[in-house]
Unconditional design. Structure first.
Length: 294
């Protein structure tokens, strides 16, 4: 294999990777991703010590420790396109020698844990509830650009999706299925948080059946019909804008990934939390001790 060209792996004069603006030494083995740059400090305020803070565009990073556990918190911004940037650059920091521009001989596997916000797709899931994603169903096109080979569970779940789609209104695009880390999902859910199937959308309005002044192809009725989706006792629970991309790229690159989302609103019932900051803080307080234990 030849060394990666300057246009493939972009390294700044400071020796950092281009978009997230990090040096390899600044990355912990456990990475918490959040969408909102302002949420990074809401997580890191619980650290015992912060080693450094970096900020470039929407990518804000804090690395520090809770006890002996080293953690990185990174804001990805919104959407699968930003996940494409972040996951590839996190992997490059872990697994490419910046001096030789070649993959390292020994692979370094990261634990990548999303703490996000989401909308519920079941009537009984109330705002403030936590969901740990077991599978991601992407309505974006990101993983179609990669040579991704689905595993058995992903093939079987796609068969269920295609079968259900014959009887109800189909999605406007062909979905793809990506499985998260079962081990991380079990460690973080601990039997008291539901594991679910999460839809990842490429936008917030029409891709999530919202219509302000433009007509959308999907309606709430479409989403309610798709709420029937189940696979081996795991039901469709929620939708957001990052999970399937995180799962797909993590597995492709040899990392373990899981996604935990707090529900801000129930799209089928039409109700929304009265305290976004409050439920996000609750999620952080519940999940951080569990993350330290992985």
């Amino acid at each position: 294999m030849q060394a990666l060209a300057d246009t493939e792996l972009i390294i700044t004069p400071a020796g950092k990777i281009y978009h997230v603006d990090l040096h390899p030494d600044e990355l912990a083995d456990t990475v918490i991703t959040v969408g909102d740059p302002g949420r990074v400090a809401e997580v890191s305020k619980h650290f015992d010590a912060i080693e450094f803070r970096e900020s470039h565009r929407e990518f804000v990073t804090h690395t520090g420790r809770i006890g002996n556990k080293r953690l990185t918190v990174l804001s990805t911004g919104i959407g699968p396109d930003n996940i494409d940037i972040c996951l590839n650059e996190l992997d490059a920091l872990a697994n490419i020698d910046f001096q030789t521009r070649m993959p390292k001989a020994e692979h370094r596997s990261l634990n990548i844990i999303r703490l996000g916000t989401s909308g519920a797709l079941q009537h009984d899931i109330a705002p403030g509830a936590l969901i740990v994603s077991r599978y991601g169903m992407g309505l974006d096109n990101l993983m179609h650009f990669y040579q991704y080979q689905p595993n058995l569970a992903e093939v079987e779940l796609m068969d269920v999706v295609l079968e259900l789609g014959q009887h109800i209104e189909k999605f406007p695009v062909q979905p793809y299925i990506c499985e998260g880390s079962a081990a991380l999902a079990d460690q973080l859910s601990q039997g008291d948080i539901e594991q679910g199937i999460t839809i990842t959308c490429p936008g917030f309005y029409a891709p999530q059946a919202r219509s302000l002044r433009t007509p959308a192809r999907m309606s709430i009725a479409t989403l309610e019909a798709w709420s029937q989706l189940q696979y081996k006792g795991v039901r469709l629970t929620n939708f957001e804008m990052e999970t399937s991309a995180i799962f797909g790229l993590s597995r492709l690159l040899g990392h373990r990934a899981v996604s935990c989302n707090v529900i801000l609103g129930n799209r089928l019932n039409g109700n929304f939390t009265g305290s976004t900051a409050g439920v996000v803080e609750k999620m952080i307080e519940v999940m951080l001790p569990r993350i330290v234990g992985v």
